[in-house]
Design a protein around this ligand. Structure first.
Ligand SMILES: [Zn+2]
Length: 476
C-alpha cells in the first residue's frame, strides 16, 4: 500500500513508531485505534523520503491532507508534525508499559514452557454512579503462589454485617436496584515467549464447586417520591428468607439525618413473621401515639374547595365550612409534633434465617417516614444483563467452554476478558484452561470467587439466565 519509492528501513521505522495509528486521528479525535492507511509525504513531494517528511495517516486523513481542491482549510505541515510527535510519544509510552507488563507476566504462572498466564478481575466503570461510594460493589483480588481469590466488596455490606446503623437506599434508578452492581469480569493476560505463534481458541472453566452464599442482607427502601406515607419499606436483598423479624423503634419529629443514639429499649415494636421479598410495615400507629390526629387529617385531606371555602364532610354526615386560614390551622393542629409532615424512625431490626434459627442477628437503622403522599413519578426501566458465561449456584464438577480467537505472535503479550454471571450470591472454586489450536493447554492458578448478587435482582436474573444460558455453556 505504501509507495515503492520509500526505502524499506525508513518505512519500517515509520510503521513501527506509529504502530499503524494515524497521527491526525489521535490529534483531532484522540483515536488511537489501528488504521488502514498509508505513509504520507508531508511536503507533497513523493521523492522526498526523509523520515521527517513521512507520517502514517489513515486513508481519509491522507486524502484530506493531499487534497488541493479544498473547501476544508488544509492541515499544515507543522500541524501534522506536531500530531506525529504526540503519536510517537503515546506509542512509545505504550511500548514501555508493555515491557513492564511483560516482566510482571514472566514472574507469573506457567504450565507450559515459556508461556505465562495471569488472571485478575476488572470492575465496570462506576463513574456515572451518583448515589455514593457505599453502594458500589467492587471485586478485589488477592493472589499468592497457591491461588487467586476474588471477592465482591461493598461498604453497605460491611456496615450491615457490623450491625449498622443503616439508612434508606434509593431504588429509583435505571436498574431498579440500590447498588451499583455487576458481574465480575475475569481479565486474562498471556505472554508468549516461545518462538512460534499461539492461536488460542477456547477457554474452559473447570468448576470444582459452586455453592449458594445465603448471607442475610436487608435494606430500607427510600420513599424517594413520597408515595408511601405511613410505611417503613423493607427489602430482602439476600438469597434467603429472613424470619422472626422484629422492628423496634422510637419516633422523632422531623427529618433527622444523623440521629445521635440508638439506645434500647425502644418504645414501639412490630413483629413480622417472614421477609421473603419486601414488606410495607405500617407505622402510622406510632404517629398517632405520638400526637398526630390521623382521623382529622384524613377528613381534612378529603375536603372539597368551594370558592374560598373548604367543605369538610364529617363522619356523621354533617358538613363543616372553613376558610383557608381555618383549614390550615386545623391541619397544623392535626400534625401535632410533626409539622414538617415527616418523622424519623430510629431503632433496630432483628431477625434470624432458616439455616441458623438460633442465631439472632440485628442491625440498627434510621429512616424518615412521611405523613402524606406526593405525586407519583416514573417507573424505572428493567436492566439488561450482559455476560459471556454463567456459573451454577449449586453444583460440583462441571465445565463451561467459551470460544475465543486470540493470536499471539512470539514475544507478545495479549489479553482478553470474560464476564461471568451467577443468578444469586454464591462462591465458586475453579480453574481456567486456555487451549491453543495445536492442543497446548495453559492452566491458570486455582481461582476462588465470591460473588454478591442483590436479592432484588435475583428473579429477573434467573429468568434472563435461564433463557440465554443454554447456548453459552455445556455440561461436562
Ligand atoms: Zn486519521
Amino acid at each position: 500500500m505504501t509507495r515503492k519509492s520509500i526505502p524499506s528501513d525508513i518505512e519500517t521505522a515509520v510503521l513501527s513508531k506509529s504502530k499503524r495509528r494515524c497521527a491526525l486521528c489521535l490529534y483531532l479525535n484522540e483515536d488511537t485505534h489501528e488504521k488502514c492507511g498509508q505513509i504520507a509525504h508531508l511536503d507533497q513531494d513523493p521523492s522526498n523520503c526523509a523520515e521527517d517528511n513521512l507520517a502514517f495517516l489513515c486513508m481519509e486523513h491522507h486524502s484530506m491532507y493531499d487534497s488541493t481542491t479544498s473547501q476544508h482549510k488544509n492541515y499544515t505541515i507543522s500541524e501534522v508534525k506536531a500530531a506525529r510527535a504526540k503519536l510517537y510519544e503515546v506509542v512509545g509510552f505504550q511500548k514501555s508499559m508493555a515491557t513492564i507488563e511483560k516482566q510482571r507476566l514472566e514472574s507469573s504462572h506457567s504450565t507450559a514452557l515459556d508461556v505465562y498466564i495471569d488472571v485478575s478481575v476488572l470492575n465496570e466503570d462506576t463513574s456515572s454512579w451518583n448515589r455514593g461510594e457505599n453502594t458500589i460493589l467492587r471485586y478485589s483480588l488477592d493472589r499468592n503462589e497457591l491461588g487467586i481469590k476474588i471477592e465482591g466488596n461493598m461498604d453497605y455490606l460491611t456496615l450491615f454485617n457490623g450491625g449498622g446503623p443503616i439508612a434508606p437506599l434509593d431504588y429509583i434508578s435505571t436498574a431498579g436496584c440500590p447498588f451499583r452492581w455487576d458481574f465480575p469480569i475475569l481479565d486474562f493476560k498471556i505472554l508468549n515467549n516461545t518462538q512460534a505463534p499461539l492461536y488460542l481458541t477456547e477457554v474452559v472453566l473447570d468448576i470444582e464447586q459452586s455453592h449458594a452464599n445465603p448471607a442475610p442482607l436487608l435494606t430500607i427502601k427510600k420513599d424517594t417520591h413520597r408515595r408511601n406515607a405511613g410505611y417503613l419499606l423493607l427489602v430482602n436483598e439476600s438469597s434467603c428468607e429472613l424470619i422472626n423479624l422484629i422492628v423496634s423503634f422510637d419516633l422523632l419529629a422531623g427529618k433527622v439525618e444523623k440521629p445521635a443514639d440508638f439506645v434500647p429499649p425502644f418504645r414501639y415494636s412490630i413483629p413480622l413473621q417472614t421477609l421473603n421479598d419486601n414488606a410495607k410495615v405500617d407505622v402510622m400507629f406510632a404517629f398517632r401515639d405520638a400526637g398526630v390526629d390521623i382521623d382529622s387529617l384524613i377528613l381534612l385531606s378529603s375536603a372539597t374547595l368551594d370558592q374560598n371555602n373548604y367543605i369538610v364532610r364529617k363522619a356523621d354526615g354533617s358538613e363543616e365550612w372553613m376558610t383557608e386560614a381555618e383549614f390550615e390551622e386545623q391541619y397544623r393542629k392535626g400534625l401535632g409534633p410533626f409539622q414538617d409532615e415527616v418523622g424519623t424512625l430510629v431503632g433496630k431490626i432483628s431477625f434470624t434465617t432458616l439455616s441458623s434459627e438460633d442465631h439472632i442477628r440485628q442491625v440498627y437503622f434510621h429512616a424518615p417516614v412521611y405523613l402524606a403522599n406526593e405525586n407519583r413519578a416514573g417507573i424505572p426501566k428493567p436492566p439488561t444483563f450482559a455476560y459471556d458465561s454463567v456459573l451454577d449456584v449449586q453444583n460440583t464438577d462441571y465445565q463451561r467452554r467459551i470460544q475465543i480467537s486470540q493470536l499471539l505472535p512470539p514475544g507478545e503479550t495479549d489479553r482478553f476478558t470474560l464476564k461471568v454471571a451467577v443468578a444469586q450470591s454464591s462462591s465458586h472454586r475453579f480453574r481456567a484452561t486456555l487451549y491453543d489450536i495445536t492442543g497446548l493447554a495453559l492452566q491458570s492458578l486455582p481461582i476462588e470467587m465470591n460473588c454478591f448478587v442483590p436479592g432484588s435482582r435475583k428473579k429477573r436474573l434467573e429468568a434472563v439466565i435461564a433463557s440465554k444460558s443454554s447456548n453459552l455453556s455445556v455440561e461436562k
